[in-house]
Design a protein around this ligand. Sequence first.
Ligand SMILES: [Mn+2]
Length: 406
Amino acid sequence: MDSLNGLQDRMRALVDQRPPASFWEKVKMLPKLKRLSDMLPRVVKDGPCHQVIVEDDPDLGTLPIVKTWPLDGGKFITLPLVFTRDPITGERNTGMYRMHVYDGRTTGMHWHIHHHGAGHFRKHRELGRRMDVAVAIGVDPQTLYAATAPLPDGADEMIFAGFLREEPVELVKCIHSDLEVPAHAEFILEGYVDPAEMRTEGPFGDHTGYYSMEDQYPVFHVTAMTHRRDPVYTATIVGRPPMEDCYLGKATERLFLPLVQKLLPEIVDINLPVEGVFHNMAFVSIDKVFPGHARKVINAIWGLGQFMFTKIVAVFDKDVNVQDIKDVIWRLGNNVDPQRDIIIQQGPVDVLNHASPEIGFGSKMGIDATRKLREEGHSRVWPPVIEMPVEIKELVTRNWKEYGLG
Ligand SMILES: [Mn+2]
């Protein structure tokens, strides 16, 4: 796509589908349904990822895995697609969890408690069963992105990848397990996680711009490695934003807005600024209609999938361009009476939030920066904004820049 908004249009078309009212509408929908069925992954007999099979002595030491920052606990695989199955429903999950390399055969598996992979881990632990895990490294960008997307529990990332690619992802069965992995991957690591085993993982210089410190995580054992004949190892470097992962995050912001708007139609736009590392800050504009409307949206966002982690949510009126940080700060400063307009709430926070007193539990702040209504305790007149002609605005901006302040 030329821009992220192009992706958004396709997502909107997908979520805005209404059931056909007439026979002819049904007929017209058929090509669309065909396209939807094209999204389903296709299991093939063989693929380039099986060109070379290393079963006897797989060694991660043969891969150019990077240690990124000085205080990192070691080398980390940073762009792995981790495939697991729910032991009860058989549902597939693909997630991206960093893997701390301990030696040639073992790595950490950084499953945060909220991740779907961690859910599969818990179920295996309850059943007392060893867990098959397969890791793909080096896939097409759409499939890679899909593994990072905040899909609902049980939604198959490989179907979502098919939607983005507009053609099915081809999967092959692993050599040692029933897991299926992308046939065109550069590398596949096959192995298992023993639910009884935990090991110290980290530290790792993370996408927050801080190190995430050591903690206990499950361990992945490599039992086989397969790869292409001339494989290319892919990695990403995260650190103080903006780094590469910020583009994935922005893609998510644009792509999932239509889905969020399906649930909260009053939302006009959302900006998750990259410096807010996606879970620290959200600027939301709404079409405010009733008293308490901004508070309703703040609470709804805290109840919505991975948005539950958002530490600071600020809500603005629809005429505010939340993508323009200057506009955001101008309104935030002018429109907020802190005593009345701020909500402090406790709840789940991101595991990477080092400021919360406990790992994964802390507080969040909601800010109502909309114009206040009488019913919201504002009996005074709300003053109008000064509307300035475009030429004046441009002149002022130019002067500002000339003084090196722009
Ligand atoms: Mn998932």
